[in-house]
Design a protein around this ligand. Structure first.
Ligand code: GLC
Ligand code: GLC
Length: 818
């Protein structure tokens, strides 16, 4: 069952009814200012940091789902103001009055909601303009009745007192600190501005204001909710000024519309900072200095400026999405590669795992391994931003090569609460840096000087950071010569050194074993993969490759201690016992080592990779994707940690952890099985699952972190949409391995391993400033590639870089029998 459809032309997903199984959200903002918006106008906004600079409140665990947020109300004033005047929310929530027509279009950085009730049409456009810190709600109301309409339009937001966690917990203080100012139709929220903050929020209306409220209970009425504000019912607000309690911004404007007349009102929800020494109107006063914010508000109150800003946003996305576009025989592939997957990659780059409808925005900072992996899909979009991110990440690396698991986006400092010791973390930096070099060919990245742990004076070239990352692994080898796992490896919940018996303890930070025994086959595979990147870098630098010998040894260790006979094992636990082996009762085979070891090339030549992948197909693959391991852990195992804390089929306990599925897709392409790879690709492709929306339940336009595995009662149900490494990895799997258009240190490689049913496809790729037009033609079965570049056949599969000044390169790839 579907709840909407894709409009690929407009690059929008069109939701046709408001009561989707879960709120289906979108992100406003692509730089520093963000809003999360649901298909009924729910959600919240923040500037840079979803916890520390939260503009509006969000209620967690709320029932009904998704209330509050961006509240709009229409009231038919022509009717006598009886006990029940005709009132509704044009975005359905919060009033939830049934509409005659409803449609929500989520697009690239904007959302449109259109609705109609009793001849009154509303057309709302929400977006964050590039370069400014505010959210625009442009509301156009049209009268399609045959008589004049007399309407009131109300818009309301509930301010958050900045630190979202404190706001939700520290009432003894917070209920006394709320402050606002109202001037010229603008409500300013300035709690804590009197002391150390130099920022404030505002909620402005472009039309003449008939009244306002800034105290929540004055607007709602005591014991009433956002679905039935007393002020809307009365058709009159009280011009309340909040002192403490719950500051809000509620604006009221009246609209008189002749038949077929339409009017546009713009609401602005903004964030502004003043210089710390110029915070007030005059020295000694407590009145906000509005000198620098007033021009911004004045500008966006004008509809033509709003239109221009919207067009600029569209243009920005045209450019980004134009970096790679493909035309394949499959519409799901086309729309994910050309539109939604890229869009999600940008979102994960911006927000890591901080703020979604599943990530609360108060918890996690930027993850070290997460952000590095997100870069793998992002680097071609905005290489300069990617470079800065690599340097920020490297600056949180510790002198010993380890890394803080997370850092805070506002300060860019490593997060001490969670600390370091996730032993896979540092290796991901190597993969991210290599991806940047392959994309840009700008080797100066390696020379950028970066400190350790952000300590001035410790700067070294980035290249040295990468070398320390590699040595970190080699300095921590266990009894079988495999890397020690530390707190966890990629699988945050495989906590082999945390024997926790106390409820509520952290599985990751409570470490009560010395960590000298438990080893990870996953990290071993990742090391081999990273060593290949280091070898490529060394080759280019004309240096002796310092890590390939260690990588060879690591491969040997994997074959000796990490191969189970039919697949790669997962780990050794603190007792030296196997995890992910036939010998185990539960958890006999895990997906991660099959993916990473084969991506690193292990077993590709001798058929063992194929054996491991056949085991994955037999034991782990389901119609909804590939589960993390089997059999699921049926109970809690003290020595395995959080992984066995989840009920079977969920999350790391044998859920379909989508992040890992593209590793298997890539592995399948490594052994030439394009049909398999593509089949796995489609199983979790959100667009291909659109028709199953009643089962999948999350948005059909973005990947979710997890789909419930076969051991779960709700097999096939997705959770944790949007902020997941799945976005970047699927993008890499489909574009670089299945479609096979892959940046290398030497140039752009074209080696598709596509489905046998495809005759070919076309792609346009901007690479190092040159436009590559790639035409792939299947000549028969098989994956052998013959390239023709600008009409001349070439040897090999890497298109050598064109001479300086070249604008365009035409590549024809004939794929078939060798
Ligand atoms: C989450 C984390 C990621 C981890 C994965 C598996 O997605 O963000 O860092 O690798 O879970 O545990
Ligand atoms: C990962 C896992 C999650 C776990 C968390 C611990 O993100 O997906 O289940 O709770 O790590 O930090």
């Amino acid at each position: 069952m579907r709840y909407g459809h894709f409009d690929d032309e407009q690059r929008e997903y069109v939701i046709e009814r408001p009561d989707t199984p879960l709120p289906w959200i979108n992100y406003l903002g692509c730089e520093e200012h963000f809003g999360i918006i649901s298909n009924t106008g729910g959600g919240y906004s923040f500037n840079r940091d979803a916890r520390l600079r939260r503009l509006t409140r969000y209620r967690y665990n709320s029932a009904p789902l998704d209330t509050g947020g961006r509240c709009l109300y229409l009231r038919d004033d022509a009717l006598e103001p009886g006990p029940a005047p005709l009132m509704w929310s044009p975005s359905w929530q919060p009033m939830r009055r049934e509409l005659d027509h409803y449609e929500c279009r989520h697009g690239m950085g904007y959302t449109l909601i259109r609705s109609r009730l009793k001849g009154i049409e509303a057309n709302i456009r929400y977006f964050v303009p590039l370069g400014d810190s505010l959210e625009i709600w442009e509301v156009t109301i049209a009268n399609r009745r045959s008589r004049a309409a007399d309407l009131s339009l109300f818009a309301a937001v509930e301010f958050c007192l900045w630190d979202a966690l404190d706001d939700a917990t520290n009432f003894q203080r917070n209920l006394s600190v709320g402050e606002v100012e109202v001037a010229d139709g603008v409500i300013y929220h300035k709690s804590e501005y009197r002391e150390r903050r130099n920022h404030f929020a505002y909620f402005a209306c472009s039309a003449e204001v008939a009244g306002f409220d800034t105290q929540r209970e004055a607007f709602l009425g005591p014991y009433r909710g956002w679905e039935s504000p007393a002020g809307v019912q009365a058709g009159l607000l009280t011009n309340s000024i909040a002192h403490g309690w719950q500051p809000i911004g509620a604006q009221h404007t009246r609209l008189q519309l002749k038949p077929d007349e339409a009017k546009t009102v713009v609401f602005l929800l903004g964030y502004h900072e003043n210089p710390t020494d110029d915070k007030f109107e005059t020295a000694g006063s407590q009145i906000l200095n509005k000198r620098s914010v007033t021009p911004i508000i004045a500008r966006y109150r004008q509809p033509q400026e709003v239109e221009a800003a919207f067009l600029a946003l569209r243009h920005y996305w045209d450019e980004l999405l134009g970096k790679l576009s493909v035309t394949t025989p499959d519409p799901h592939t086309n729309r994910m590669v050309n539109i939604w997957n890229v869009y999600q990659v940008m979102t994960t780059f911006n927000l890591s795992r901080s703020a979604s409808y599943f990530e609360s925005g108060v918890g996690r900072g930027m993850g070290f391994r997460d952000s590095n992996q997100d870069l793998l899909g992002f680097v071609h979009l905005a290489p300069e931003r990617a470079r800065q991110r690599i340097l920020d990440l490297a600056a949180t690396q510790l002198p010993g090569g380890g890394a803080y698991h997370q850092y805070q986006p506002l300060t860019k400092l490593g997060n001490n609460d969670i600390g370091s010791g996730f032993n896979d973390d540092p290796l991901w930096l190597v993969l991210a840096a290599a991806a940047h070099l392959k994309e840009t060919g700008d080797w100066s990245l390696l020379e950028d000087r970066v400190a350790y742990d952000n300590q001035p004076g410790t700067e070294e070239p980035l290249y040295a950071h990468l070398q320390r990352s590699m040595r970190y692994t080699l300095d921590r080898l266990g009894p079988h010569g495999l890397p020690l796992i530390g707190r966890a490896d990629w699988n945050d919940c495989l906590n082999l050194n945390c024997f926790s018996e106390t409820p509520g303890q952290s599985f990751q930070t409570t470490t009560n074993k010395d960590g000298k025994v438990a080893e990870s086959v996953f990290i071993a595979g990742l090391f081999v993969l990273a060593a290949q990147e280091m070898a490529g870098i060394a080759r280019h630098q004309g240096e002796v490759d310092a890590f390939s010998e260690a990588a060879n040894k690591m491969e040997e260790a994997i074959w000796v201690a990490g191969w189970d006979g039919e697949w790669f094992r997962r780990a050794y636990d603190d007792f030296g016992n196997l995890v992910g082996s036939k010998e185990c009762q539960e958890g006999q085979i895990f997906i991660e080592p099959q993916g990473v070891c084969i991506m690193a090339g292990l077993g590709v030549e001798d058929g063992l990779a194929q054996q491991a992948l056949d085991a994955v197909a037999d034991r782990l693959a389901t119609a909804h994707g590939i589960v993390l391991h089997q059999p699921a852990y049926s109970r809690y195992y003290l020595h395995l940690g959080e992984i066995s804390s989840y009920p079977p089929g969920y999350k790391e306990n044998a859920g379909i952890f989508c992040h890992t599925n593209p590793w298997i897709m890539i592995a399948e392409t490594r052994i030439g099985r394009g049909d398999r790879a593509y089949d796995y690709y489609l199983r979790i492709n959100p667009s291909a699952r659109e028709g199953l929306s009643e089962v999948h339940r999350c948005e059909p336009y973005v990947y979710a972190q997890m789909i419930a595995g076969r051991d779960a009662p709700a097999h096939g149900e997705a959770k944790n949409s949007w902020l997941t490494g799945t976005a970047a990895w699927n993008y890499v799997a489909i574009t670089q391995w299945i479609l096979g258009i892959r940046p290398t240190f030497e140039g752009l490689e074209v080696t598709p391993v596509m489905p046998s049913t495809w005759d070919g496809f076309e792609a346009e790729r901007y690479y190092r400033g040159v436009r590559y037009l790639v035409q792939v033609e299947r000549t028969g079965p098989g994956n052998e590639v013959q390239l023709e570049v600008d009409g001349h056949p070439i040897e090999g599969t890497v298109v050598t870089l064109p001479p300086a000044g070249a604008q365009e390169v035409r590549v024809i790839a004939k794929v078939g029998p060798g």
